[in-house]
Design a protein around this ligand. Structure first.
Ligand code: ATR
Length: 506
């Protein structure tokens, strides 16, 4: 089982002990980043392992390797020696590991480490490119069999991420720590055990005003509580979400909380992917069981499916893939999620006789229009680019228009329900209102598919005028619930899911 290490980046030993105290229950090892300590604090590092009461890695990272140490090599070696000096018989009082960069050749240091039971981590850091044979690098790094090879690289694409997983498979027999840094590399930190890494590094940058020890590190609490790190093993089913740039998605919180609630041996991970092709090859490499598919791949995924549900065809988009014996099976749960949420909001069973305005004509609007048609509603589609509104409206015999006088006049005849499907008004542009020309009468029921912020400017205006309003949270939860059932091939009770998991998502 891979260990969780937290990199301590406080400027004093006391500060580091404070952080350690807060996170002790989540972690197995700490890394004392001596390069972050104030110069006078560095003179007292020898006492730290005993003070910490947990295995400690001694690291003095140079600036060229992404650290803060700017002094010369001689003073750095002196600090290393100080850390290893006065070794105690009780090994818990000594550093458990020492991180020695691959180009540092000081045999006396290594000899001292070996004599007193301090394990050597032989490290390479590369922030630039991955134009080298990663597996070979891992294999050749160690000088003796008892060392741990550590390679930290910066993937700049999903293709780079794939190479990290391939290198891990090719070096199964080597004791190592393999890390993909940055946003692309996040999955390698969560799947450390899958990669065969001895440990994963985390940090607590979000609190206490500390800096990240390395780009992309997760918080230890997040690793354990959100990503279920300590439950991940060789048999754990891996799920995820693919999209780009894939910022702030609520799906990992939802699915992982459900896995915990339902005691499933599964994990759900974000896979920001600049290339759908590379992602699909990664999916084979790690035997991904299923994934949520989001912007911009909901249409692009369709040619890669071996089979698909009818909904994928009539909506023209796929947001869920599940592995089957023949290949990827594609589904669309956005449509069902939307209609569940809409019917609940309006208290209706069908939309017969209802006249509805849809704002937007993009991917989300396509699912909305298809469902409104299925539920027998009539709709007007308004969009900035009128021909896209026309194209979508013609599929269902709906009306269309733009945000001009004519469009606003038409809206008066389609004002039982208004559904906002664009990203206008979403964080961070919360001042925007896609329908600012329209004055609400107070009778419309208004649903905005945005859920961040919870109340968009449009919804605030509608509510002020006396309208009933709803945001996109219910749709998000409902569609994720359908996804969960597809992933797990189960039929989970809706109410239980949404009530409990909503709490987890905060
Ligand atoms: P999604 O899958 O989230 O619906 P999309 O397919 O890119 O994303 O569609 C985005 C929708 O938001 C479109 O209706 C788009 O209008 P255009 O078709 O005219 O591009 C709409 N949209 C995005 N930004 C907008 C803006 N600033 N003002 C008005 N509409 C906007």
């Amino acid at each position: 089982m891979a260990k969780i290490c937290v990199s301590l980046t406080g400027n004093t030993l006391e500060k580091n002990l404070e952080i350690l105290g807060k996170y002790r229950k989540f972690i197995d090892v700490v890394e004392l980043r001596v390069d972050f300590l104030e110069p006078n604090e560095r003179l007292h590092i020898r006492r730290f392992p005993e003070m910490a009461g947990i295995p400690v890695i001694l690291t003095i990272r140079r600036d060229i390797d992404g650290g803060k140490y700017q002094g010369g090599e001689a003073s750095r070696i002196t600090l290393f020696s100080m850390g290893l000096s006065f070794a105690e018989v009780d090994k818990r009082k000594n550093f458990a590991y020492i991180d020695i960069e691959s180009d540092l050749n000081v045999p006396s240091l290594e000899e001292a480490a070996r004599t007193f039971g301090t394990k050597i981590i032989r490290s390479v850091h590369n922030f630039q490119d991955m134009d080298f044979d990663l597996a070979k690098c891992i294999r050749e790094l160690r000088r003796t069999g008892d060392e741990i090879a550590k390679v930290a690289v910066m993937p700049h694409s999903m293709e780079d991420v794939l190479r990290i997983y391939q290198a891990a498979r090719e070096t199964k027999d080597v004791k190592k720590i393999l890390i993909g840094m940055g946003r692309f590399g996040e999955s390698t930190r969560i799947l450390a055990d899958y990669l065969g890494s001895h440990l994963t590094y985390s940090s607590v940058s979000d609190e206490s005003g500390l800096s990240l020890a390395a780009p992309g590190q997760l918080n230890p609490k997040e690793l354990v509580e959100l990503y279920r790190f300590k439950k991940i093993n060789k048999n754990t089913k891996i799920f995820g979400i693919v999209g780009y740039p894939l910022t702030a998605s609520s799906s990992p919180a939802f699915h992982n909380a459900l896995f915990t609630q339902e005691t499933k041996d599964a994990v759900y991970i974000p896979f920001p992917s600049d290339s759908l092709d590379s992602f699909l090859r990664l999916a084979e490499e790690i035997n991904l069981e299923g994934a949520s598919v989001t912007v911009p791949y909901k249409e692009a995924i369709i040619p890669h499916l071996s089979n698909r549900s009818e909904r994928v065809d009539y909506i023209g988009a796929c947001n869920t893939i599940v592995r089957s014996a023949k290949g990827w099976m594609g589904y669309n749960t956005d449509g069902l999620g939307f209609s569940d949420a809409l019917l609940r909001f309006t208290g209706l069973k069908s939309l017969r006789g209802k006249r509805i305005t849809i704002i937007g004509a993009g991917g989300a609007a396509r699912a909305v229009a298809a469902e409104i048609f299925r539920l027998k509603g009539r709709a007007l589609i308004l969009n900035r680019t009128v021909f896209r509104a026309k194209e979508l409206a013609m599929r269902y015999g709906f009306s269309w228009g733009g945000f001009d006088h004519q469009g606003m006049d038409m809206m008066e005849h389609f004002s039982h329900i208004i559904i906002q499907t664009t990203s206008v008004g979403m964080e961070p542009n919360t001042d925007a209102d896609p329908l600012e020309q329209y004055d609400f009468s107070g009778k419309e029921m208004v649903m905005d598919l945005i859920y961040k912020p919870a109340m968009t400017r449009l919804l605030c205006r509608a509510q002020k005028a006396g309208c009933q309003v709803a945001n996109g949270t219910e749709m998000l939860l409902a569609q994720a619930k359908y996804q969960y059932n597809l992933f797990m091939r189960t039929a989970l009770d809706t109410e239980v899911v949404t009530k409990n998991v909503r709490l987890e998502m905060g």
